[in-house]
Design a protein around this ligand. Structure first.
Ligand code: MN
Length: 132
C-alpha cells in the first residue's frame, strides 16, 4: 500500500469543453488489466463538455453546485450535490455547470481495450442547446 503523489490540476482543452473546466486525476490504471479512471472535474458557471459518449458508460457523482446534463432526445437532467447519474455505454451526452453556479463532479469510467477509444468526442454544445 502506498499514498500516491498529488497530481497537477489540468485545464481541460477548448477543443472538447466550452468555458473553464479543470481536472484532477484521482485514479487511473496502474497495473495490467485495470480499467478504472476517476477524475474530479470542476466547471465554472456556464461551462460544459462537448457532446461525447463513453464506450463502457460513465457514472457521475455531483459533489458541489448544480449540474446540467443533456442527451440527444432533448431531455435535460438537473442534479445537485450528493446525486449520482449514470450515462449508458455509447449514449451521446454532455454535462456541465448551470449558468449561475459552479459545479464539481466525480467522473468515473472504465477504459476500453484501447484507452484512446474510451471517450468519443463530438461537436460543441451550442448556447441554444445548452439553454434550451
Ligand atoms: Mn460524459
Amino acid at each position: 500500500m502506498e499514498i500516491l503523489p498529488r497530481t497537477e490540476t489540468i485545464k481541460n482543452p477548448a477543443t472538447q469543453f466550452t468555458g473553464d473546466v479543470w481536472l484532477d486525476v484521482i485514479a487511473a490504471p496502474r497495473e495490467p488489466g485495470q480499467r478504472m479512471f476517476v477524475g474530479r472535474v470542476r466547471f465554472a458557471p456556464g461551462a460544459r463538455t462537448a457532446w461525447h459518449s463513453h464506450a463502457l458508460g460513465q457514472t457521475l457523482h455531483v459533489t458541489q453546485g448544480i449540474a446540467w446534463m443533456g442527451t440527444r432526445d432533448g431531455s435535460k437532467i438537473v442534479a445537485h450535490a450528493g446525486e449520482t447519474i449514470y450515462c449508458p455505454a455509447g449514449e451521446d451526452h454532455w454535462h456541465g455547470a448551470a449558468p449561475d453556479s459552479f459545479m464539481e463532479h466525480l467522473a468515473m469510467i472504465d477504459h476500453a481495450d484501447d484507452p484512446a477509444t474510451s471517450t468519443t468526442w463530438l461537436e460543441h454544445v451550442t448556447d441554444e442547446h445548452y439553454l434550451g
